[in-house]
Design a binder for this molecule. Structure first.
Ligand code: PXP
Length: 239
């Protein structure tokens, strides 16, 4: 049965639109846990466009499940992570101009950088996940770099408008899960998942945790956060 990590970045995005105190992602994290979230995910970006260091520190102190910190593999971020000590760090690529994380990491090309960042975080007692496309070479490189787990980028599947392409992407995800498991890594997945498309990915089996943000926070505007989380928990666990 898979777990659900709820990404509360978008609550911070609304707050930053006015530069004030509301809505507070720290409150959102607590409500997501009341709705049954198994973990809270936040992305501290280099440009601090949504989550702030204050949010990270308060969520670290108040979270009752576990904290997954998404971050770029930079010196600054590794230092912050080692101080705050999330249960999991998910390393992601980061470009300043992108609206959201656009693609998976190129672990093959950045093997040395990844291996070093992973080693430093693991030495600090933090497990490390690498956000990668469902690409065999990237998964093999993730294992070589010493990652504890991977998070499969489900964006290509989620964005596919043709049924045939969606099926092809689903097969890629299925094969990625198999290879990662064979190499002894844990498997998470996320990006672009919503109340409809989650059913097909959850049905693959073997994925330990789904990290979902935009769809849950969007639904929460209409039905409230606790209910939005509860509905997604049902889909993730019982699809
Ligand atoms: N996983 C990772 C690594 C991400 O960067 C994001 C987006 O912040 C998500 C999951 C969640 O994606 P979405 O907001 O589309 O559910």
């Amino acid at each position: 049965m898979a777990n659900l990590g709820v990404n509360v970045d978008h609550v911070a995005t609304v707050r930053q639109a006015r530069g004030g105190m509301e809505p507070d992602p720290v409150t959102a994290a607590a409500l997501a846990e009341l709705g049954g979230a198994d973990g809270i995910t936040i992305h501290l970006r280099e440009d601090r466009r949504h989550i702030q260091e204050r949010d990270l520190r308060l969520i670290r102190q108040t979270v009752k499940t576990k904290l997954n910190l998404e971050m770029a593999a930079t010196d600054e971020m590794v230092r912050i992570a080692l101080e705050v000590k999330p249960e999991l760090c998910t390393l992601v690529p980061e470009k300043r101009q992108e609206l959201t994380t656009e693609g998976g990491l190129d672990v093959r090309y950045n093997l040395e950088l990844m291996t070093e960042a992973i080693g430093r975080l693991q030495d600090g007692g933090i497990s490390v996940s690498l956000f990668v496309d469902p690409d065999m070479d990237q998964i093999k490189a993730s294992s070589k770099a010493g990652a504890d787990c991977i998070e499969i980028h489900t964006g290509a599947f989620a964005e596919a408008t043709e049924w045939k392409v969606q099926e092809q992407e689903l097969i890629k995800i299925e094969n990625a899960v198999k290879l990662a498991k064979k190499l002894g890594m844990g498997v998470n997945a996320g990006h672009g998942l919503n109340y409809t498309n989650i059913k097909k990915v959850a049905a693959i089996g073997g994925i330990e945790e789904f990290n979902i943000g935009h769809a849950i926070i969007s639904r929460a505007l209409f039905v409230g956060l606790e209910r939005a989380v509860r509905e997604m928990v049902e889909l993730v666990k019982y699809a």
